[in-house]
Write a protein that binds this ligand. Structure first.
Ligand SMILES: [Zn+2]
Length: 355
């Protein structure tokens, strides 16, 4: 009896220990991981694939529990729904805690390139779309290194993102050829001077302003010192524009224009001008990179008798970024994609020129 009692006790103890163990392991398997949805209108599906029925949707920043994973899909619990979502659009809380700084893509362009290195000339490893958020891993002048949902890391231009970082924070980074360079950006025309009138009836002065503002923003994030000859729709004499280059001792002066040849509606392409021979290298650097970036027809770097470059003591160029009289080219010019490409090209050209 006594022996049996001891055996019974041992059995009871073992059972309770194993019961305890079972409870523990069950607990750990059911303690689902917390995650956050990173996009709006994310479809929750019945199974781990696009072919499965949609059960519901979740919006950005919604908290979910990850119950299971299969390939690139995660089974989640969201409110009263259990279903599967693409792992590209969720971020585990544990990942988020490693880096609280998060960037959100703010451009409306659906295809923002994530680069392999903090340089526009480096390979694009992935395209990301608007409204997605990514944790920041590191930063360099003008660039954030971000964590992509597939685990890779890549670099994205700071001008493409909204971030919750404080922008006054000094940024440590590699020496940058644009650092401290004074770039006078001259948005062609303005005020009563509308510039050319496009095929659709738009004024050149508005489009040059858009390009100039985009360029200014990017140059700032890259550590340069952009100076705008005009920031709003005001008239400015040509002499006044040149005076900006002189007053600020510009390292480069870029006058932005769009061309027109209404009598030849098929004419298209980009042309860049110099007046003095000493201005040739700036014009060539910018022209080449803008052509590469936009894929536009090459209308060459040529001599042009424009006051803003003729009277300019500083390195100066004038670029005609396409023909507004060509309806097709105008439509392209009006896209954010083109504007991005054109201003990225100008920046690459400047980097090239200062190297
Ligand atoms: Zn013009």
């Amino acid at each position: 009896m006594r022996k049996n009692t001891i055996i019974s006790l041992i059995i009871i103890m073992l059972l309770s220990i194993s019961g305890f163990l079972i409870t523990q392991s069950q607990q750990s398997s059911v303690s689902a991981e917390e995650a956050v949805i990173t996009v709006d209108d994310l479809n929750i599906r019945k199974g781990p694939g696009m072919e499965y029925e949609i059960l519901g949707q979740a919006n950005q920043n919604a908290s979910v529990q990850i119950l299971d994973q299969s390939g690139n899909w995660a089974k989640i619990q969201f409110q009263n729904t259990e279903g599967w979502v693409s792992r590209d659009y969720i971020r585990k809380r544990s990942d988020q805690n490693q880096s609280k700084k998060v960037v959100q893509i703010s451009v409306t362009d659906a295809n923002v390139g994530v680069h392999s290195n903090p340089s526009l000339s480096s390979e694009i490893i992935q395209k990301v779309s608007t409204e997605q958020s990514f944790p920041i891993v590191d930063e360099e002048k003008g660039w954030y290194q971000i964590q992509l949902s597939n685990g890779d890391q890549g670099w994205i231009g700071k001008w493409l993102v909204d971030s919750n970082l404080d922008t006054d924070k000094p940024v440590i980074g590699k020496a940058n050829t644009l650092e401290g360079k004074v770039i006078v950006i001259d948005a062609g025309h303005g005020g009563a001077d509308t510039g050319t009138i496009s095929a659709s009836g738009n004024y050149e002065k508005y489009i040059t302003t858009i390009t100039a503002q985009s360029l200014e923003k990017k140059l700032k994030t890259l550590g340069a010192r952009p100076v705008m000859t005009r920031t709003d729709d005001t008239f400015l004499t040509l002499e006044n524009r040149v005076a900006h280059a002189q007053a600020y001792q510009a390292d480069a002066f870029i006058s932005i224009h769009y061309n027109s040849a209404p009598q030849f509606p098929n004419v298209n392409g980009i042309g860049t001008y110099y007046y003095h021979d000493r201005q040739k290298s700036l014009a060539s650097s910018i022209h080449q990179k803008v052509l590469e970036a936009t894929g536009a027809k090459d209308r060459k770097v040529t001599f042009g008798n424009f006051l803003v470059i003729r009277e300019n003591q500083q390195p100066a160029t004038l670029i005609e970024l396409g023909f507004l009289s060509n309806a097709q080219e105008e439509a392209k010019i009006n896209t954010m994609t083109f504007q991005e490409k054109a201003t990225n090209g100008i920046i690459r050209g400047l980097i090239d020129y200062f190297q």
